[in-house]
Design a binder for this molecule. Structure first.
Ligand SMILES: Cc1cc2nc3c(=O)[nH]c(=O)nc-3n(C[C@H](O)[C@H](O)[C@H](O)COP(=O)(O)OP(=O)(O)OC[C@H]3O[C@@H](n4cnc5c(N)ncnc54)[C@H](O)[C@@H]3O)c2cc1C
Length: 238
């Protein structure tokens, strides 16, 4: 891990939804890390004012690049700039990758249960990508809660993984608007229980999203009998 700030250049951008985009950053030297880690970005205004925000790594692109996916918040200070203004060729100060707890690598035993609320899918996507690349035989499930079909990140790739990898089950839950025939509503305890591996399978569980989402889901899983030591969480704020 790099503790010092370094300058990375935006080498590509890609829209994920109307309000979220993936930024590919190129570093001067090799950059490496594991799924689940994040980096810190530091922006400096002309008057010297600085803002620092954390963003999970969505993908590692060896040897010198990685990808982040940022969702714009209406009243946000930094995310609208990253989503609407930043362009290919621009430079950013970056520190990291950071984090050793909320990480998963394919050598980890046990079924893999991923649960995302909104942009919380980003580090879980890095885990799923790693699972696919390693052709892992570990069964994996992703429960992904989003507002509507238009809010789904990585749609095409998730469809491919869900269809082609027999070890992976992808379950998207819609809170405000759903495709035809699918139920709509906030994620419930019952829906989480039904979608997840049961406690007797002893899954390792990763939950990521807003603080309220993460705390509610983690409490339901402990209620269901999952061992709290096997539940890892990442809170994005809000
Ligand atoms: C470890 C870590 C990894 C993260 N990874 C990602 C990522 O991959 N993609 C991503 O888009 N964001 C991610 N975030 C959130 C990100 O760091 C910023 O908080 C987010 O982009 C908002 O910054 P902002 O400056 O636009 O908003 P701010 O100006 O900081 O906040 C504006 C308002 O939104 C509220 N708010 C802040 N964050 C959230 C949130 N996540 N949900 C709802 N309300 C919020 C604040 O309380 C405030 O009221 C991550 C956060 C952490 C801690």
């Amino acid at each position: 891990m790099r503790r010092s700030w370094q300058v990375a250049e935006v080498s590509a951008v890609r829209a994920e939804t109307a309000r979220a985009r993936t930024l590919r950053l190129r570093f001067p030297d090799m950059v490496a890390g594991v799924p689940g880690q994040h980096v810190d970005l530091r922006l400096t205004a002309d008057d010297g004012y600085q803002a620092v925000r954390s963003y999970s790594v969505a993908a590692w692109v060896p040897p010198r690049e990685l990808e982040l996916t940022v969702e714009e918040l209406d009243d946000g200070e930094v995310s609208p700039f990253l989503v609407d203004v930043l362009a290919v060729g621009d430079q950013l100060e970056v520190r990291g990758p950071v984090g050793g707890w909320f990480t998963w690598t394919p050598d980890r035993a046990g079924p893999l249960q991923l649960i995302a609320g909104g942009s919380g899918v980003v580090p879980l996507m890095a885990m799923l990508r790693s699972h696919s690349e390693a052709r892992s035989a570990v069964p994996a499930r992703l429960l992904y809660s989003v507002r509507s079909p238009d809010h789904v990140f990585y749609r095409g790739e998730l469809d491919v993984i869900g269809q082609e990898d027999p070890q992976v089950v992808i379950d998207i839950a819609y809170s405000r608007e759903a495709p035809d025939g699918r139920p709509v509503g906030r994620l419930t305890h019952e829906a989480v229980t039904a979608s997840c591996f049961p406690p007797e399978d002893e899954p390792v569980i990763y939950i990521c999203g807003s603080t309220g989402f993460v705390e509610a889901v983690a409490a339901w899983l402990v209620d269901d009998g999952h061992d709290a030591d096997r539940i890892r969480t990442e809170r994005y704020g809000g």
